[in-house]
Design a protein around this ligand. Sequence first.
Ligand code: NAD
Ligand code: IPM
Ligand code: MN
Length: 349
Amino acid sequence: PSAIDIAVIAGDGIGPEVTAEAVKVLQAVTASDGLELKLTDYKLGAEHWLATGETLPESTIEALRGHDAILFGAVGAAPGDTSIPSGLIEREMLLKLRFSLDHYVNLRPSFLYDGVPSPLANPGTIDFVVVREGTEGPYVGNGGVLRKGTPHEVATEVSVNTAFGVERLVRDGFRRANERPRKKLTYVHKHNVLVYAGHLWKRTVEAVAKEFPQVSVDYLHVDAAMIFLVTDPSRFDVIVTDNLFGDIVTDLAAAVTGGIGLAASGNINMDRTAPSMFEPVHGSAPDIAGQQKADPTAAILSAALLLHHLGHHGAATKIESAVAADIATRDASSPRPTSAIGDAIAQSL
Ligand code: NAD
Ligand code: IPM
Ligand code: MN
């Protein structure tokens, strides 16, 4: 069988620390399953920009297209770091990759593992997945500024929602809901205020719902959804939402399931016209970088999502079970270094 060919973009801050552990676990699981693994490192991110002035050249995008999938760590400078323009790397590298490779499904599962303390008093069972739109919304950079720096400055940030983009995302959400036992889809928006985009989403959900009669459909305004995420997270099964709401919802979802260090994600091109990219939900965490304090679990679970995407479900499930077993042994009062967590999970494979 041909090798699993993965591009690795470790990035900045804790990105390289957590990605090293994800790679360690991938090497262990592929070795034990007799799969061949080929890894190619790409240097990109804030550090790379400072050294070279490069964000993401076209030639690098073309090279990345040749791999089966991308394992991504995190990028970005510390907030307040003035050596790099704010958001430059996030927009011109990370978002450019998501857009160029058409990662329209930003898949973010939320699961409360046994043994993980939730900050909620009564979390109940938490097992849902957010299907966040990944290529549109206010993320597209369609905005501008007039009279900058004057008291009459006008700044716009236009949210772009296309029928094509919303429909393919919503249909993906319904497909996933249809395959889960509870078959429930909640779409989250704000159509009481955002009447143009909100109503496109509403009409699209109503139309696609007809193809999935077994799936029950619920709607929540995003503000109310945040109440239920804290008071009754068990009500959620599949959440579909736009790019910006999805960003915010998934950080809260990570927090209620025991922390951002556990939350994995996939930026998925469901049509497979380009490689998909798997990354922790968290960022470069400059406050703890270089100290072996980062939890690599989110990166390791992202590697499992990568293997699922490539059809290696056995290997992916092994990682997930090993992570669950490791999590069950954790003691919050004596945290292990980043590499010790990766070692323990890799050795158990
Ligand atoms: P962040 O996710 O990096 O950090 C938020 C908080 O969570 C910090 O206190 C951090 O220490 C903690 N944290 C994050 N990951 C952790 C882990 N694995 N284990 C333990 N604790 C962890 O968010 P931020 O501080 O808002 O952003 C820092 C930089 O990262 C910014 O430049 C931002 O733009 C960028 N960013 C990048 C990505 C990405 O690459 N996908 C995602 C989010 C933020
Ligand atoms: C995430 C991050 C990114 C986003 C930023 C860094 C562009 O917060 O992956 O959640 O907003 O999508
Ligand atoms: Mn985010």
